[in-house]
Design a protein around this ligand. Structure first.
Ligand SMILES: [Fe+2]
Length: 359
């Protein structure tokens, strides 16, 4: 039994297993109506992590760990387990786990190697270490298939939230390095590690995860949170992002359109600051709410260019992301809030669900 199942069962909530939908394996669903969701990324296990207290006070019904949940950075699996154990020993994190399900994907550092992708030598073992730490059931499909991606749906018809965790590491091709001079990068106001890949074969998700994602997007839901460890919409900074793989990002937007999935909002992390970006390149306005980090912050990276930013600032203090879902008619919506150490709201934006569908 995994976490979510246990937790829902404790509350006596209805649980249904969906049968064999075409292309989709049975996913776990709960009838609980979600109104408060927290998420975050970039938590150094070597630092104090007071932000868990603020997260707990916000009373999330679920917490989404969006990657760089620890800084593992090792091929030594015993050491990786020790670093997870450091996170597991944080009292605030322990309290949160008691309170609500913690659903996790990974980014490069918890995967095991900075900016790592498909070539990481210990990815098979690292996957099991990660799933062990998050108490994922022995019979979960995540134990059997390569990659840690997974999805869930909460709520009855009309108030369904689908949570999709992507794995951006296991299958990812190398990103193309930015070889321009430091002066040129400064002039362009980019961080400047990578440039968009010109390789038409470059992959982010891999064939199996793409097919799985499209099948998930064809399931009915009013709001869909697609958790991508790297930023989706903001690619101009030259940090890791979907912008490093323009063909794959186009495909992502096309899959959302083709599947008819309404209500998509991206949640991302990784960059050590928080912001909201928006693109018109999808079937309807696509928002990317980046919350980073729980401990690690960088005002230098926050200052780099992002023409897609719609939040008033790129906020470079410790933050978690908080989503408040208002299901009340006639205008249900979701409010995206970046919250700081004291729970204070650094910036927020309300999005009507009616905006997240084809006009
Ligand atoms: Fe990262």
């Amino acid at each position: 039994m995994n976490h979510i199942f246990n937790w829902a069962a404790r509350l006596g909530l209805g649980i249904a297993w969906l049968g064999a939908l075409p292309g989709a394996r049975a996913e776990e669903t709960s009838l609980e109506v979600l109104e408060r969701i927290a998420f975050g990324s970039c938590a150094s296990q070597d630092q104090p992590q007071p932000i868990w207290d603020a997260i707990g006070k916000a009373r999330p019904q679920v917490f989404l760990a969006a990657g760089d949940n620890i800084y593992g950075d090792t091929t030594d699996m015993a050491l990786l387990k020790e670093k997870y154990a450091q996170l597991g020993a944080k009292p605030g994190f322990q309290a949160l786990r008691q309170r609500c399900p913690v659903l996790a994907t990974w980014d490069d550092h918890d995967y095991g190697v900075n900016d790592g992708g498909a070539g990481y030598s210990r990815k098979v073992e690292s996957q099991q270490v990660m799933l062990d730490f998050y108490e994922v059931a022995a019979d979960s499909p995540r134990r059997q298939r390569p990659g840690v991606y997974e999805s869930w749906r909460y709520g009855p018809a009309g108030r369904r939230v689908q949570i999709i965790l992507l794995d951006l590491r296991y299958f990812r091709s190398p990103a193309a390095k930015d070889t321009r001079s430091a002066e040129e990068k400064a002039r362009l106001n980019v961080v400047g590690w990578y440039v968009p890949s010109k390789d038409p074969k470059a992959e982010v998700l891999g064939a199996a995860q793409w097919a799985w994602l499209e099948a998930q997007l064809r399931l009915p839901a009013e709001l869909r949170l697609i958790v991508s460890s790297s930023q989706v919409v903001a690619g101009e900074k030259g940090m890791e992002s979907w912008g490093c793989f323009p063909g794959e990002r186009r495909r992502l937007y096309e899959v959302i359109g083709r599947s008819g999935a309404q209500g998509v909002v991206f949640l991302s992390g990784d960059v050590h600051f928080s912001e909201i970006s928006r693109t018109e390149e999808g079937p309807y306005p696509l928002y990317d709410f980046t919350s980073s980090g729980l401990t690690n912050t960088s005002s230098v990276w926050a200052a780099a260019v992002n023409p897609h930013r719609v939040s008033p600032v790129a906020y470079a203090q410790p933050t978690f992301g908080f989503l408040k879902i208002d299901w009340s008619e006639p205008a249900p919506g979701v409010t995206l809030e970046a919250r700081g150490l004291g729970g204070e709201v650094a910036f927020s934006r309300k999005i009507a669900l009616s905006e997240l569908r084809r006009p």
